[in-house]
Design a protein around this ligand. Structure first.
Ligand SMILES: Nc1ncnc2c1ncn2[C@@H]1O[C@H](COP(=O)(O)OP(=O)(O)OP(=O)(O)O)[C@@H](O)[C@H]1O
Length: 711
């Protein structure tokens, strides 16, 4: 069987690490029971695979060019979900809101004013969804169609609970779960329009890591791998399982656009959700690939009793025939909701008969665009289009309301479950929800995944090359400047002081500017995985911190060793080790500051600008360049971690080795070296470490609250 556990060299190490994790006794007992259940499920799967493969080959013959999918061997979701949405209206600000601090202050001011006034002041808004109502039953595939800008993405993201716009009306699953409920979100599979994938991972790794993060801890590693193989089979991407995803960021081509889309769908299918919501899964695909994909969705809905809603741009007539229900939208209005096969008759009834031989999907898009068959100056998207108004009037006069839509009114009557409040578990959802991976597993997977994802990144190679070049250049320029004889003069001591400042400044520059990339680059992935409640933000934070440690250690230690030997700094083991420790903790503090700026802005351009300003300020006030700082700015050097690092290095390398000062000029040796603030090393270490902890805590807070507001 092709889904038997395979050797995957790249993931074996991780697996071993993950397998070794020890849990508590009670968890083990629970796991054992679950594992038994999972084994039975897998055996059943194996039986179904062979059955369905023979059916699939029959299907190939029957359908000619259409490749039949093997979705029937996917395990069935435990709780079928009926989706009901009633009178959904959504509003956006009528005007673009200028981002920035000033605007935020203005908004805060307005909020305070309105809190004290009886009138509720609301900024002018534009309504983008108008009373969207309908019911989707388990086993159905509903296609949301409409011209560009008609509100498809807005609506499907509302169904997925991933849209923060002001919305009225009701969206309920099984008449009780709101899509935004934290406990329920995991039941929803949502595939967004953009492919949010790690470009540096292979297809198998992408799905495997998602499996470990999403599937119950009771499943063994082999079972998770088998599940991944099943998904690869179902989606027809087994042949690219060891290819990298690829993309612009890593500068490598990988799998095709259609394959990427299927990997994204696979990530959602892995945990076998009852509801799958897809935003334009067929865009960019050729018609046959698109047909195959819709065919797979259709199978998944029918075989597994899943509820599937997908937006679709311009389906071919063959795809259209495969849809169960059509939800047609035009400028945010619901134009039709019901059996896709009944749409043509309905539009003919209200005076919009489809011309003979036309693809119904094309015709409905024309109708929804307010197209009357003649070209207009403003194209087909005129606001207040008279044709669209006429259509809406005709629909209002003779609505296509089936009996089940009346049920939505009932759904409206249900009190919506408040977020965070325990659900009345009428459909057994809670019993169906097994324990996810442990915190330690989450951290390990995110950490290993980050290290693997970055294996293609050029900037690592570039930055190592830059550091080695600069270290050798320093060694040449200050060659043997640190030997005892050179230190016999104030000038010689000053030279070494300058080198030590350069060492601290250069090393921390390098790490700070490398680390500001971390979070802006992973922002979309973090938001996606956070939305799916895959792990707490702290697991991501600790894992990313761990993943950075090898590089953050290797670069400074390597460069400092080269410089130390070439310059001939203090030749004792103690001094060498202390110098390394000072450089490393200063670099960690700089990296923490870089992470903080990246996490606070989550926007590379702005983070880079902020980093340049902060870094230059810290450098100028670090004590080397300016000694007579204006009184009102004299607090600044105390914020410069560079000044503490440099101070510590001066102490280690020069204390007691420079010539004695003439009477009355006790500070002469440090004349060009700022002011040595402490006679011992402890306070410098303490302050740098404290700064590091504060910056890291800031990173955590920024990720926790910042990510939500940076969509
Ligand atoms: N956050 C927002 N702020 C302002 N306007 C918005 C916002 N979200 C959606 N809109 C507006 O709502 C309307 C519907 O947008 P939506 O993206 O849902 O359309 P769509 O049918 O998915 O379009 P397309 O097929 O081109 O993706 C558009 O006019 C869009 O400009």
């Amino acid at each position: 069987m092709s889904v038997a556990a395979n050797d995957h060299d790249t993931t074996t190490t991780t697996t071993n690490v993950l397998e070794n994790e020890s849990d508590t006794m009670s968890t083990k007992l629970y796991d054992a029971a679950k594992a038994e259940a999972a084994t039975v499920e897998l055996k059943e799967l194996e039986r179904q695979i062979s059955l369905s493969k023979s059916q699939a080959s029959l299907g190939d013959v029957e359908q000619g060019s259409i490749e039949r999918t093997n979705s029937s061997f996917m395990p069935q979701p435990k709780v079928p979900m009926r989706l009901a949405f009633g009178e959904v209206c959504t509003y956006v600000p009528a005007q673009f809101e200028e981002p920035g601090v000033l605007n935020s202050l203005k908004k805060a001011g307005k909020a305070v004013r309105s809190a004290f006034s009886s009138e509720v002041a609301r900024a002018p808004e534009r309504q983008i969804l108008h009373n969207i109502t309908g019911v989707v039953n388990p086993g159905e595939v509903v296609a949301i169609m409409g011209p560009s800008g008609s509100g498809k993405t807005t609506f499907i993201s509302l169904l997925a609970g991933r849209n923060g716009l002001r919305t009225t009306g009701t969206i309920l699953y099984n008449d009780q779960h709101k899509p935004t409920d934290k406990t329920f979100k995991r039941q929803l599979g949502y595939v967004s329009q953009e492919d949010v994938l790690f470009e540096g991972l292979t297809v198998f790794e992408t799905l495997y890591y998602t499996a470990v993060l999403r599937l119950p801890r009771a499943m063994t590693d082999a079972e998770k791998r088998e599940r991944v193989d099943v998904i690869l089979e179902v989606l027809g991407i087994s042949h690219v399982k060891d290819s990298i995803v690829g993309g612009v960021r890593i500068g490598r081509r990988g799998i095709s656009g259609g394959e990427k889309k299927r990997v994204a769908i696979g990530q959602e299918l892995l945990y076998n959700p009852s509801v799958i919501l897809l935003d334009e899964p067929t865009s960019g695909l050729d018609s046959t690939t698109a047909l195959n994909l819709v065919h797979t969705l259709h199978d998944l809905a029918q075989v597994g009793n899943r509820t599937i809603v997908t937006t679709i741009h311009q389906p071919s007539s063959r795809i259209y025939q495969m849809l169960d229900k059509l939800l047609l939208m035009g400028q945010g209005h619901l134009l039709f909701y019901g059996d896709a096969s009944a749409a043509t008759d309905y539009f003919a009834e209200i005076g919009y008969a489809m011309p003979y031989g036309m693809n119904p999907a094309d015709y409905f898009l024309d109708v929804a665009s307010g197209w009357s068959g003649e070209a207009k100056d403003c194209g087909n998207m005129c606001v207040g289009d008279p044709e669209l108004k006429a259509l809406l009037r005709a629909i209002e006069d003779k609505p296509h309301v089936k009996g089940e839509l009346a049920e939505v009114k009932l759904a409206n009557a249900y009190p919506a479950a408040e977020e965070g409040v325990d659900l009345v578990d009428g459909d057994g959802l809670k019993e169906a929800e097994p324990l996810g991976p442990t915190y330690l597993t989450q951290m390990r997977v995110i950490c290993v995944r980050s290290i693997k994802e970055r294996r293609f990144e050029r900037f690592n190679v570039d930055s190592i090359g830059t550091v080695i070049f600069m270290a050798v250049l320093c060694g040449v320029l200050w060659f043997q400047a640190g030997v005892g004889a050179s230190l016999a003069t104030y000038k010689g001591a000053g030279d070494v002081g300058a080198l030590l400042f350069f060492l601290i400044a250069f090393m921390s520059f390098n790490l700070l500017f490398n680390s500001i990339f971390t979070f802006p680059n992973e922002k979309t992935m973090l938001l996606k995985e956070r939305d799916a409640k895959m792990y707490p933000i702290s697991a991501f934070f600790f894992a990313r911190t761990l993943a950075d440690i090898p590089m953050d250690l290797a670069i400074p230690i390597g460069a400092t060793t080269v410089i130390y030997l070439m310059v001939g700094l203090k030749p004792t083991v103690g001094a060498f080790l202390l110098t390394q420790v000072v450089v490393v903790i200063t670099c960690f503090t700089a990296a923490s500051l870089g992470l903080l700026l990246g996490a606070a802005f989550l926007n590379l351009k702005r983070a880079q600008t902020a980093a340049t300003i902060v870094m230059l300020t810290l450098m100028l006030t670090g004590g080397f360049f300016v000694q007579n700082i204006p009184v009102w700015l004299q607090w600044l050097p105390y914020l410069s971690y560079m000044s503490y690092g440099w101070d510590a290095l001066l102490h280690i390398q020069l204390a007691g080795r420079v010539p004695a000062c003439p009477p009355g000029e006790e500070d002469c040796a440090m004349l060009n070296m700022g002011t040595v603030k402490f006679d011992t090393l402890g306070p410098q270490f303490g302050i740098i470490l404290l700064m590091m902890v504060v910056f890291r805590f800031g990173v955590y807070l920024s990720l926790r609250w910042g990510a939500k507001n940076n969509r």
